[in-house]
Design a protein around this ligand. Sequence first.
Ligand code: PMT
Length: 323
Amino acid sequence: MTLDMRRTIDPDTYFDHNLPPTNLQWAHDEVDKFVKTQSPDQRIVLVTSGGTTVPLENNTVRFVDNFSAGTRGSSSAEQFLAMGYAVIFLYREQSLQPFNRNYSHNTRGILSYLERINGQIRVKPEWEEKMGRDLDSYQKYTQEGKLLMVNFTTLSDYLFLLREVSLLVASLGPRVMFYLAAAVSDFFIPSHSMSEHKIQSASGDLTLHMNQVPKFLRPLVKNWVPLCFIVSFKLETDPELLGPKARHALEKYGHQVVVANMLNTRKCQVWLFTKEEAQNPAIIQISKEDVDAGKDIEQDIVEELARRHQQYIANAQQQDLSA
Ligand code: PMT
């Protein structure tokens, strides 16, 4: 298979040439309802989580995917809820979800938490406390209207939903944070260039031509939600590139924070780049022992970002008063 990835597409025309997801109207209605039921000073965060797929055929049999399991996003969503945020969780279908994440994707499998006693199925005693806590939290936040989950699968689903949610929350301004932890594909095949049916192997090797996905951070920051607090993520595997690429993203898009992480150390260490700390980013790190003992670095990341978000809201209020 050969990949040829050259042409770029304008973000504005992307939506005219790709199909929206089937849950777009549902998501519009649910997000609208969710936002309207929050109190006027409620802080809201959109957490994006998991990886996008890029189909190779319109009737999709094969697609290109990436590694992201949604650990960062699902753990962060829990921390944001604990800190009093209302959370819109835009996640890849079948990736990790808040509170469920501890049971759904590990090698033990969900049945290993259960046993049958006198004909009744129940949670094994050693899991009761932890599962009970997660169940209570999940039910509390969903019943209180503080957690809304919206799912995507493909890159195109993700981009349509991201734009839809953005336009619905834009008027709430500084009290909304965007926490863009999803691993978004950089290359795709537009629907009109894709094979309609399953690509056949009879003709031998396959050469794919993929277009570059437009960087949606630009319209997001400049046009969709110019007043919101925006946190993007930068993932690299080459340590030499991480700092320069994070600084470049800040300069290019002009948003508030870039959280930079390396693929292999992302659970222990991240750097927070801002305009003021572009040369000397804050480091958030925990030890490998802490990770092994079950601590999530997202606790510290979210705490620090919530603090900065609070400051951003206060500054915006100050500016309003003096205007
Ligand atoms: O899910 P885990 O396994 O826990 O992994 C977490 C993570 C490593 C995926 C996460 O911490 C992370 O780094 N997410 C961002 C990965 C990514 O897409 O990086 P990027 O360099 O391709 O993009 C940088 C930013 O641009 C992202 O915030 C993305 O939302 C945005 N982007 C990307 C592509 C695109 N076409 N348009 C965009 O706006």
